[in-house]
Design a protein around this ligand. Structure first.
Ligand SMILES: Cc1ncc(COP(=O)(O)O)c(C=O)c1O
Length: 394
């Protein structure tokens, strides 16, 4: 088996990547080290790059389409990695996951309808709902003592006659929870009782750390299968987010038809040829690489956990079950959310996401991306430590 090198440090500056090149635009500084946007500082694997290069050798980049092989590769991947059984005719597509769930919100609900989201959560969850003129209803997660759980009592209370949909983040960003089967079953019981459609964003499903398991929401029950739309992608897993290629699953043919209608309306079904090729190459060849990536990320996460235990034990580390994002509780520092953020931008010069942007319950937390070479991670944690010592001495 080939061994992949995740230690290699690659300069991404000057490639028009958001993480490095748009720091000034988003955070008002270019003099900082970025650990924010959820992509990785590792090479996109060679079997994807080679497939792209081969296609480019043809030198005609006209319209493409999603072939049988494309859908077969998705089906086989889900079956092999997650034991999630899907028929090819239950699969559709979207350029991005956010584009996809935004279209689903517009297609399956009406202005004024209520949609449940579970903050702190990836901010497009509430932004897309608001932008579509629907009403966001917050069902905040319970976060304490190192555990993140859903608040089902609160959820029951928040559902009204206007509620139509739940936007589920499975696994969760920023909390990193890969929801267990009993948790998803409990959610499904409530969705059934109130006749709700569940949109499940499963973009972080593949990066399962420390032996955690992933359950697609559509595999939880027959009701869940028939009343959900699943959004997945190879983008996080294989570092190909810039190729805007995602997949969509609806086991209910009526729901799939209705989703495809808005996809066609927006003329988005063909996808882009390079994204289509990358997805197929990833899913046909990606298992060994992904296993090695996961092992490396587990090493990085252990480093982070040990670092905080030794140097800042007051900071609580919420170890993710899945993803390369770690949720850190800095509330014991007693800084306002804005001041905490300023500490990272101005003193530590490390750009990580302030928790409050993920909605209610995120205040005092920070989200750190740990998909980077270990030496760089060690260095960044050291910088953070130096800056923290300075403010503690003031
Ligand atoms: C939960 C979640 N959904 C969706 C996305 C973005 O997906 P896309 O670029 O396919 O819209 C991200 C990116 O960080 C994410 O964390």
């Amino acid at each position: 088996m080939k061994t992949y090198d995740f230690d290699q440090i690659i300069n991404r500056k000057g490639t028009d990547c958001i993480k490095y090149d748009a720091m000034e635009k988003f955070w008002g500084t270019s003099d900082a080290f970025p650990m924010w946007v959820a992509d990785m500082d590792f090479k996109t694997p060679d079997f994807i790059i080679d497939a792209l290069k081969k296609r480019l050798e043809h030198e005609i980049l006209g319209y493409g389409f999603k072939s049988e092989r494309h859908f077969t590769s998705i089906k086989n991947w889900l079956d092999k990695r997650h034991n999630f059984n899907v028929n090819k005719d239950q699969i559709s597509s979207s350029p991005g996951v956010v584009t996809g769930f935004s279209m689903a919100i517009q297609q399956f609900t009406n202005p004024g309808d209520e949609i449940i989201v579970q903050p702190p959560v990836y901010f497009p969850f509430f932004k897309t709902v608001k932008n579509a003129g629907r009403t966001v209803v917050y069902n905040p997660l319970k976060i304490s003592e190192g555990k993140i759980t859903m608040d089902f009592d609160d959820l029951e209370k928040k559902i009204s006659s206007k509620t139509q949909m739940i936007l589920l983040c499975n696994p969760h960003n920023p909390g990193g929870r890969a929801w267990t089967l009993p948790e998803l079953q409990q959610l499904d019981t409530i969705a059934q009782k109130h006749n709700l459609l569940v949109i499940s964003d499963e973009i972080h499903a593949d990066i399962l750390l420390n032996g955690n398991k992933f359950y697609s929401y559509a595999s939880v029950s027959e009701y869940a299968a028939q009343n959900s739309i699943i959004f997945g992608a190879p983008s996080k897993t294989f570092n190909i987010a810039g190729l805007s290629t995602s997949f969509v699953i609806a086991k209910n043919p009526e729901i799939l038809k209705k989703y495809n209608k808005i996809l066609e309306l927006n003329h988005l079904a063909k996808g882009n040829i390079l994204g289509n090729i990358a997805l197929t190459a990833a899913y046909e060849n990606g298992s060994d690489w992904l296993d090695q990536l996961i092992e490396y990320l587990e090493g990085n996460l252990n480093l982070i956990t040990n670092f905080f235990q030794e140097n800042m034990p007051e900071v609580k580390v919420y170890r993710p079950d899945a993803s390369f994002l770690v949720w850190l509780d800095f509330n014991d520092w007693g800084l306002s959310p804005k001041k905490l953020h300023q500490f990272f931008v101005k003193q530590a010069k490390i750009i990580i996401n302030p928790g409050y942007v993920f909605g209610p319950g995120g205040e005092g937390f920070m989200r750190m991306n740990f998909a980077l070479p270990r030496k760089k991670l060690e260095w960044a944690l050291g910088e953070m430590n130096k800056a923290a010592k300075q403010i503690k001495n003031l």
